[in-house]
Design a protein around this ligand. Structure first.
Ligand code: EPU
Length: 438
């Protein structure tokens, strides 16, 4: 059985109200879970979002021999002791791209790691060349088999100096963690600067690591001993992508919506883009209030590594632009497959022309109509939820368990609490999603 969302649209009316609380960041939590391999004792993780990706990452650690205890909702104790496997269980790792960040800590601690080509969202080629280069620079040998990689560093990893040709988030995190247990100093240049990276480094430093510069383009890591989690508590930072998605939802479907438990400093590019579209936004310390505009203005969006406009908010923003008066362009610079969902928005009534795989022209304002939708990835999944709320009539979103549930904790309850008419149901998998919903 697969899960669907049935959503009754408001046909453009602004009926949402109240406060929606942002959960812990998926892309921070996943890396903290991987980082437990760097510890000689128990690590306590809190604020972990209960989503299928984090649960799968815990499953992977358990399957490899780690001990994972769920103390209460969002709180876990993890301990990696003797007998921990160096092979990332293929059946689990393949289903989640983020599993690749485990390779850094496992290789650094045990001198060996093997892993399958990881899966994850279908948003582009997503190569592993930078991982392979990095392992080799740190003194490991990499054997690429039919569908797996075997990496060995018999004498342990040694510090290295590398320049990333792309500012990759997971590559930066993988080698930052590898550097913590390597011999000598590792310098990562052109490192990604996403706030989740600095958040991870801060926690590791509290536990004994020596990382300088995380959050800037040059990160320096002095290698040392296994870390200790004694007396320390990891608290997951708020999810900036979720917060940004709720902001966009509020701008489209609420007179006033409060987004609580967020860090506005991480959302500057998004707030700037929304303000350019004429959306009134009030920023407080850990809350953002979004109000409706009488008219949404067109804006040109270009995704960029942090602190630029996040690729993970590109799809929700495009939904907003279908409701702007005039022509906007969306330029996706990071992943070449990340505009595929626009076909479904067009089927809902949007006027979107693909200029090439990276660029779309959105002509607004268009009325959206409810439909059957199948999301190609997690972020487009939430964009479809937003589009369905704005649309006239009912929409049915398929494959919720393999897309939206990977990244948004209990989303339907939180949305219902602010007035969204959304229900979850289970259906037999269906092949054809082309027909309009009733
Ligand atoms: N790249 C390479 N070689 C590599 C690795 C990456 O060329 O070996 C390229 C990619 O092809 C891409 C660019 O580097 O063009 C940047 O991709 P990046 O590696 O940063 O993406 P990622 O680390 O795989 C993370 C998030 C994504 C988010 C991107 C960009 C996690 C687990 N995933 O992916 O989040 O879109 O950074 O910000 O942190 C999501 O949460 O839905 C999601 C896809």
């Amino acid at each position: 059985m697969s899960n669907i969302f049935v959503i009754k649209g408001f046909g453009g009316e602004r009926r949402l109200h109240g406060t929606v609380k942002v959960a812990g960041a998926k892309n921070a939590a996943l890396k903290a879970i991987a980082a437990t391999v760097l510890f000689r004792d128990t690590v306590t993780l809190t604020g972990i979002p209960e989503i299928s990706d984090t649960l799968r990452m815990f499953d992977l650690l358990s399957d490899m021999g780690g001990e994972v205890v769920n103390i209460k909702k969002g709180k876990y104790e993890v301990s990696i002791q003797r007998g921990f496997a160096t092979e990332l269980t293929p059946a689990i790792a393949k289903r989640m791209r983020a599993s690749v960040v485990l390779t850094g800590p496992v290789l650094a601690r045990y001198g060996k790691v093997s892993f399958p080509h990881p899966g994850g969202c279908v948003i582009g080629a997503r190569p592993l060349d930078l991982f392979v280069d990095g392992f080799e620079k740190m003194g490991a040998t990499v054997t690429i088999k039919e569908d797996s990689y075997v990496v060995e560093a018999k004498d342990g990893l040694k510090g290295a100096n590398f320049f990333l040709k792309n500012q990759s988030v997971t590559v930066t995190e993988t080698f930052m963690m590898a550097g913590v247990l390597a011999k000598g100093t590792t310098i990562i240049k052109n490192a990604a600067m996403e706030p989740e990276i600095a958040h991870l480094a801060n926690f590791l430093n509290e536990c004994g690591a020596k990382i300088i510069g995380a959050g800037t383009p040059t990160i320096t890591i002095r290698g040392g001993k296994l870390l200790t989690g004694k007396g320390r508590l990891y608290k997951t930072m708020p999810d900036r992508i979720e917060a940004g998605s709720f902001l966009i939802l509020g701008a489209l479907a609420a007179r006033e919506l409060h987004i609580a438990n967020c860090d506005p400093a991480h959302l500057e590019a998004t707030i700037e883009a929304l303000r350019s579209a004429g959306i009134p936004i009030e920023v407080k310390k850990t809350e953002i209030i979004v109000r409706s505009a009488s008219r949404i203005l067109p804006v040109d969006i270009k995704t960029h590594e942090y602190p630029g406009f996040p690729t993970d908010l590109q799809a929700p923003m495009t939904v907003l632009l279908t409701q702007a008066d005039g022509e906007s362009t969306v330029f996706e610079t990071i992943f070449e497959g990340r505009l595929n969902y626009t076909e479904s928005l067009s089927a809902m009534g949007a006027s979107i022309t693909m200029m090439d795989p990276h660029r779309a022209l959105v002509r607004g304002k268009t009325e959206l109509r409810g439909r059957k939708l199948e999301s190609p990835d997690l972020r487009a999944g939430l964009a479809f939820v937003i589009a369905a709320i704005v649309a006239k009539g009912e929409s049915v979103i398929h494959n919720v368990d393999t897309t939206i549930d990977r990244g948004y904790e209990d989303v339907e309850h939180r949305l219902r609490a602010i007035g969204v008419e959304i229900e979850r149901a289970k259906v037999l998998p269906e092949a054809n999603y082309g027909e309009p919903a009733k």
